[in-house]
Every structure is written in structure tokens, then in C-alpha cells.
Design a protein around this ligand. Structure first.
Ligand SMILES: [Zn+2]
Length: 505
């Protein structure tokens, strides 16, 4: 598997530090407002990456912090006349809600900055002791950038360039302009914690380092985030790990590209700013995920509602194709014959042998191309392209063979589409309606069923029908099927058994 590493500015073979396991950390949001669709893009991109790694059998531990103490939260609280903790708690809930709606898998661990203060103080103390950080008379603590020879490696910047030209503002007590705050002395009324340097709170760059160490151990396998985090955030994170523990924070750095709206940078002043919530209130999450993943995660993503509309159309066509394939796989639709065993009947007029073989190889090709694309730095655009091609070939097949589709190959094609779109967190399976309660009385009448569960009633009816068929009592088997159909349901026969399903459409 090849992954592009920001630090080396090249793709390289990914080998986890421990075989079979991946330690992954993606910087989370500062919880002071609804997140915007640019953040949404980042979290969907890394969710697809995580899901793919898991699908290949790797055991992924995924850590994501919540920054719940920060200037932005304190300012927001002052504006709204409430506490910073209330603001943080509201927007933590809002963030989690949008992630659930977006189909993003919850992190394995999701620590909050305010609950990790002792670990951060410990790290800062270690940096001070080793001469990489210094406290000021005001009770701030700064990291000394010039004390860290590897500073600049993640972002590809040179310390000399960072130091040249910039000058320290007179009101700042730091020694050099590039030094950054590890600990900030509390101003009156701000949330604060006791520390060796007096009351204060941690700087943002320290959070992830302390949490990555605590929950994953360093160096972690993959550290990810939006490309706006490369400098200074990730550079500053890495410097602390190098200075405190003599190790890089991460073995590999991944960054997702920025999002533009209608070809422009998204900003409130341009009036093209969209929160993830606003977009999910108007469009299905699957359509938005499809739009996001049709662009490689490192490339800039062009968002527009026109493109989102297009993605919704494409997603609906995928679902229609899967439904049509599943319908074709249901041999029961064409009469009361025994379910056909696998393979194609030979010598029948209009034999579907050739198109069937073509579709079977299309399924194999799509699976291979999907994996090939994902193994190449998570090329989701290429992977999706392979699935669209399979859908097109499946539609061609269904049109060509009319009613004569071979059930097994139709099911294989449907299964491949559902499974592989699912790896990217996009659901193209037909919606399964809940089974109606009327099944219970029908099963009581036809199958001596005495319980009250619709699902069990369905199983009892399937068993009664199978028994009738085994006894070659076609009239009774048909009667059971017809009565089930009378409830708006269908009996679906699959290689692994039969089931009652809601009819699509
Ligand atoms: Zn971070």
C-alpha cells in the first residue's frame, strides 16, 4: 500500500509499526460553532481511509481530540453571556450529531482537552527541564524553536527562514518570533487550571502530542488533518515529541486538500460559507460523501450545489441498479419452479451464457480495480470509477438478457456494489422496510405460528412454504407465496435460503 507522506513529499510503502495494527490520529475540531463543509470533507476523507484499512483486515485504533478550551470558545462564551464550558458542551454535541448523520465512524477514543490537562503539564515540564521551553514572568510557557534541530521537517520550512524577517512584538515576552505557546497564563474570568507556572491553560499545539502519547504511544503510524494544519500546528506538535522524547510524533503525515465553493475560497464575507449541518439538512449524506470522495483527498475539492445535485443523481442511479440486480436474482418472480442452481442452463433458446460470463468478469475487474486504486494512496476517485463502470455493465447486461438474467451473477454484481460502496461509507442497498404486523396473523393461519414477532412469523411462513414444496404440494406453496404477496411483500430465494422482503418501488 502506497501512501503520500507530507514530510517526505512523496508516496511511500506503508508498513505499520506493529503487524496488523494501525495507530492513527486525526486532529479534531475546536468546539465553538457548527463545523463547515471544509471540515466535513476532511473527516469524511479520513473516515474512508480508516474504513478501507479496516476492510483490508487491519485493526485500526483511531484517536481524535476535541479542543474544548480555546480563545474562540472563550470569545463565543463572552458574546453569548454564558460559560465557556456550556459553549463547548453544546458544540461537542452538535459536532457528534453531524458526524453520525455523515456516517463517520466514531473514533476509538475521543479525548477532550480539558480532561487531559495533567498529561499536558507533564509534557511541558519535561520540555522545560530539557531546555526546550521557558516560562516568562507572566506565567506563559513557550517552546524554543531554535532548540529543536528537526524543526521544519514536517512542513519543509527552514528554521532560518522562519526566524529571519519576523520580529518579536514588543508586548510579547517570548524570545524569538517563531516560538509558540505551550501554556497560557489565565486572564481574569477565563477557564484555568493549576500548574507549576500558575493558573492557566494549555496551548492548542500541546494537546494532540500528549493525547497521541497517552492513547497510542509514539511514534504513531499515521497523523492526519486538513492541509491548513501542516504549519504551524503539525510542525509544532512534531517539535515537542522530538524535543521531549527524541522521536518524531508520527511515522507518516497525511493531509487532505482544501475545499472551494463555486471556485472560490469559502468565507463568510463572500456569502459562500456553508455549515455541514445546513448541507445535511438539504441533501442525503450519501450524496455528499459521493461528491467528496469523487475527488482525491489531497486535491482541492470544488463544492457547488450543482455538483452535489449531480452526486445525488448518481447515487440514486447506483441504488436503482442494485435494486434491479437483486430483482433479477430473485428467481421466484418468474413462477413456481425450484430455485435454479448456479450456472447457466445450456442450449436453451436465447441462452444468456455469453453476457453472463461478461458480467461475471466485470465484477472481478471492478473488485480488482477498486483495490488497486485504494492501495495507491487511497485513490477514491479511481475506486468509484471502477464501481460506476460495473454498474453501467450491469445495466447493459440486464437490458440484454431481459427476463433471463442468471440469478447468481446478478447477485454477485449487486453484492460487489453494496460491499465496495460500503467500504467508502456510501450505502447503495435498497432500503429495507420493516415487516408488517399482519404477517403474525397470516403465520397463525397458515403456519401454526403462536408468537407475536413479525420476523419470526416470516420465518414460519418460509418454513411452511419450503415444507409444501418439498412435498411437491405446489398449490399450497403458491398459496403461501400469494398471501405474502398480498401484504405487499415478496419471497426472496437466495443461495443461502429464502426470506420475506418488502417489494422495492
Ligand atoms: Zn492536532
Amino acid at each position: 500500500m502506497q501512501i503520500y507522506d507530507t514530510e517526505r513529499r512523496a508516496k511511500r510503502e506503508f508498513t505499520p509499526r506493529e503487524p496488523g495494527k494501525v495507530a492513527m490520529y486525526v486532529c479534531g475540531p475546536t468546539v465553538y460553532d457548527q463545523i463547515h463543509i471544509g471540515n466535513g470533507r476532511t473527516f469524511v476523507a479520513f473516515d474512508a481511509i480508516r474504513r478501507y484499512l479496516e476492510w483490508t483486515g487491519l485493526d485500526v485504533t483511531f484517536v481524535q481530540n476535541l479542543t474544548d478550551v480555546d480563545d474562540k470558545i472563550i470569545n463565543r462564551a463572552a458574546e453569548e453571556g454564558r460559560s465557556a464550558a456550556e459553549v463547548a458542551s453544546d458544540y461537542t454535541a452538535a459536532f457528534r450529531e453531524q458526524m453520525v448523520r455523515m456516517g463517520v465512524e466514531p473514533p476509538t477514543v475521543q479525548p477532550k482537552a480539558t480532561e487531559e490537562i495533567p498529561q499536558m503539564i507533564e509534557l511541558i515540564e519535561e520540555l522545560v527541564e530539557k531546555g526546550h521551553a521557558y516560562a516568562t514572568a507572566e506565567g506563559d510557557v513557550y517552546f524554543s524553536v531554535s532548540s529543536c534541530p528537526t524543526y521544519g521537517e514536517v512542513s519543509g520550512r527552514r528554521v532560518e527562514d522562519l526566524l529571519a524577517g519576523a520580529r518579536v512584538e514588543v508586548d510579547e515576552a517570548k524570545r524569538e518570533s517563531a516560538d509558540f505557546a505551550l501554556w497560557k497564563a489565565a486572564k481574569p474570568g477565563e477557564p484555568s487550571w493549576e500548574s507549576p507556572w500558575g493558573l492557566g491553560r494549555p496551548g492548542w499545539h500541546t494537546e494532540c502530542v500528549a493525547m497521541a502519547k497517552r492513547y497510542l504511544g509514539v511514534p504513531i503510524d499515521i497523523h492526519g488533518g486538513g492541509s491548513d494544519l501542516v504549519f504551524p500546528h503539525h510542525e509544532n506538535e512534531n517539535a515537542q515529541a522530538e524535543a521531549a522524547w527524541g522521536t518524531p510524533l508520527a511515522r507518516l503525515w497525511m493531509h487532505s486538500g482544501m475545499l472551494r465553493v463555486d471556485g472560490e475560497k469559502m468565507s463568510k464575507s463572500l456569502g459562500n460559507f456553508h455549515t455541514l449541518k445546513d448541507v445535511l439538512d438539504r441533501y442525503p449524506a450519501d450524496a455528499l460523501r459521493l461528491l467528496v470522495l469523487q475527488t482525491h483527498y489531497r486535491s482541492p475539492l470544488d463544492f457547488s450545489f450543482e455538483r452535489l445535485e449531480g452526486a445525488r443523481g448518481a447515487w440514486e442511479r447506483m441504488k436503482n441498479t442494485v435494486s434491479a440486480l437483486l430483482w433479477a436474482a430473485r428467481d421466484d418472480a418468474s413462477g413456481h419452479t425450484e430455485p435454479r442452481a448456479g450456472g447457466v442452463p445450456e442450449g436453451e433458446p436465447g441462452s444468456a451464457e455469453e453476457p453472463t460470463a461478461v458480467l461475471a468478469s466485470a465484477v472481478a475487474e471492478a473488485r480488482a480495480e477498486f483495490s488497486r486504486s485504494m492501495e495507491d494512496d487511497f485513490n477514491t476517485a479511481g475506486a468509484l470509477g471502477a464501481l460506476f463502470t460495473l454498474a453501467t455493465r450491469a445495466n447493459t447486461y440486464l437490458a440484454e438478457v431481459a427476463d433471463g438474467a442468471e440469478p447468481n451473477v446478478a447477485r454477485e454484481a449487486a453484492d460487489a456494489l453494496v460491499e465496495l460502496f460500503g467500504v467508502l461509507g456510501i450505502n447503495v442497498a435498497p432500503e429495507k422496510a420493516a415487516l408488517p404486523a399482519e404477517l403474525v396473523s397470516l403465520a397463525a393461519e397458515l403456519a401454526d405460528y403462536a408468537g407475536s414477532s413479525a420476523a419470526e412469523a416470516a420465518d414460519a411462513l418460509i418454513a411452511a412454504r419450503a415444507k409444501a414444496r418439498a412435498a411437491r404440494d405446489w398449490a399450497r406453496a403458491d398459496a403461501i407465496r400469494d398471501r405474502i404477496a398480498g401484504l405487499g411483500l415478496a419471497v426472496e430465494d437466495t443461495p443461502t435460503g429464502s426470506r420475506v422482503v418488502a417489494r422495492e418501488g
